[in-house]
Write a protein that binds this ligand. Structure first.
Ligand SMILES: *[C@@H]1O[C@H](CO)[C@@H](O)[C@H](O)[C@H]1NC(C)=O
Ligand SMILES: *[C@@H]1O[C@H](CO)[C@@H](O)[C@H](O)[C@H]1NC(C)=O
Ligand SMILES: *[C@@H]1O[C@H](CO)[C@@H](O)[C@H](O)[C@H]1NC(C)=O
Ligand SMILES: *[C@@H]1O[C@H](CO)[C@@H](O)[C@H](O)[C@H]1NC(C)=O
Ligand SMILES: *[C@@H]1O[C@H](CO)[C@@H](O)[C@H](O)[C@H]1NC(C)=O
Length: 395
């Protein structure tokens, strides 16, 4: 934290060290110089009134969740990393996301990893774990580690714990309510909507897909198919020529409707993000208590999923977000204002390469959102007994 508060300079230093770089900003005479970005001033958010930061980010670009044999036409050859895994471009994007975090929080977080400043948790899934690794590599340059340790190293070792209270991954397998909702409740309103508005268009799409995939395709399958298109597009791959723009749009609209119904479901919000929101609220509460200040951390990072971000945003009352793209992030900031009161602000980045945040209102809490109101809200809405809740909830 001992940093030169006041100057706000970002220096670009040329270096022959291989860094996954962004463009070239250095001298023209060097062959393919790599721009090395060293943040030396205060981060955009590193303000004295900022007391605690929690960031939940979605993993980077991933491979489709489909197996080859589901749709023989859907080749996984383009995704050597395997089903649902972080792709090469996804890794790079998360590295760049880490650089953004450094630019935002430099000064609030030291160059050298310090255990008492930051905690990193991920869901127990390869793509989120690896995203957390890449984010931290981007956030913590190795040279500070060199200086302090007098060691050659390409990265600073930083612990990542797999005990994130984010239940996205567990809930899908364990909570009966989740399965029942998906099986019995999810599609009816969407189908109704289709039948009343654009049945012909949908019939045409389904028969077109069935013909080209060589098997009957129902509306329920559109989700995974469209999801695989997103993976392909993110890798710069061509979609099949027979996926015309109008078909693509209908599929996208179904995809978004499905996700919004999940994000907006109060019970799923509880099951998926309840324990995480409780931990966030507790960490801020502890931080605000002066006697705990030195034993709590400045920053908590959580690597999660679109469901984590979607259910949290909808819970807060922000249902105007479309869907959290790869590398999207929610930032909870705890501020102490001039009257020494604690207030919470939420900032949102829609995608890994968003440079500009959007400050999100917190309708459920009010404006300003006082810490005490937030704590009360979380305590009233979420029980501590997740396992029981997950078992007993009925449709
Ligand atoms: C994490 O995931 C692995 C592989 O799926 C599993 O074997 C392991 O038990 C999980 N660990 C925890 C703590 O859930
Ligand atoms: C997909 O596979 C089916 C059945 O093998 C075939 O008839 C169809 O032409 C294929 N479509 C494409 C776009 O490859
Ligand atoms: C805050 O500190 C006081 C005094 O040490 C203690 O009584 C109280 O339980 C603490 N609250 C929290 C949330 O830690
Ligand atoms: C917290 O740490 C700072 C710096 O080391 C110290 O000045 C302060 O007294 C500590 N506060 C408490 C409550 O222990
Ligand atoms: C959450 O808490 C608020 C405020 O106490 C309450 O109005 C609302 O009904 C609660 N929502 C749920 C789903 O329990």
């Amino acid at each position: 934290m001992a940093l030169n508060r006041g100057c706000n300079v970002v220096a670009f230093v040329c270096s022959a060290v291989l860094v996954v770089g962004v463009g070239s900003g250095c001298a023209d005479h060097y062959p393919r110089p790599v721009r090395r970005e060293v943040v030396v001033g205060l981060g955009e958010f590193a303000d004295d009134s900022l007391k605690s930061v929690t960031v939940i980010f979605r993993h980077g670009d991933r491979a489709p969740l489909l197996e080859d044999k589901t749709y023989p036409n859907m080749s996984m050859n383009d995704f050597p990393e395997g089903i649902g895994q972080l792709t090469k471009i996804g890794k790079l994007h998360m590295y760049q996301k880490g650089k953004l975090f450094r630019r935002l929080y430099h000064g609030f977080i030291s160059d050298l990893y310090r255990d008492r400043e930051i905690s990193i948790k991920t869901t127990n899934i390869s793509r989120t774990f690896m995203s957390a690794q890449m984010v931290l590599t981007g956030m913590y340059e190795s040279e500070y580690y060199h200086k302090q340790m007098d060691l050659e190293s390409v990265w600073q070792p930083i612990p990542i714990s797999i005990d994130s209270p984010d239940r996205t991954a567990i809930c899908a397998n364990k909570c009966p309510y989740y399965k029942e909702f998906i099986d019995k409740e999810l599609y009816d309103p969407i189908l109704k909507n289709i039948n009343s508005e654009n049945k012909n268009q949908m019939d045409e799409l389904l028969s077109h897909l069935s013909k080209n995939y060589g098997q009957p395709i129902k509306v329920e399958q559109i989700f995974l198919l469209y999801d695989s298109f997103i993976s392909k597009v993110s890798k710069g791959l061509q979609l099949p020529e027979w996926i015309k723009p109008n078909y693509y749009q209908v599929m996208e609209s179904v995809y978004i409707q499905i996700l919004r119904r999940i994000y907006g479901n109060k019970k799923l919000q509880k099951l998926i993000s309840g324990p995480l929101l409780k931990e966030i609220s507790l960490n801020m509460e502890l931080r605000s208590n002066n006697s705990n200040y030195n034993t709590t951390r400045n920053m908590y990072l959580y690597a999660g999923h679109d469901m984590s971000l979607g259910t949290i945003m909808f819970f807060l009352g922000n249902n105007r977000i479309k869907l959290p793209e790869f590398g999207a992030s929610i930032h909870f900031h705890l501020y102490q204002d001039k009257t020494m009161k604690y207030i919470i602000k939420v900032f949102y980045y829609h995608k890994w390469d968003d440079e500009k945040y959007e400050e999100m209102p917190i309708p459920i809490c009010g404006n300003p959102c006082k810490l005490e109101d937030f704590i009360q809200l979380i305590n009233e809405n979420f029980s501590t007994e997740w396992e029981k809740e997950c078992e007993k909830l009925e449709i």
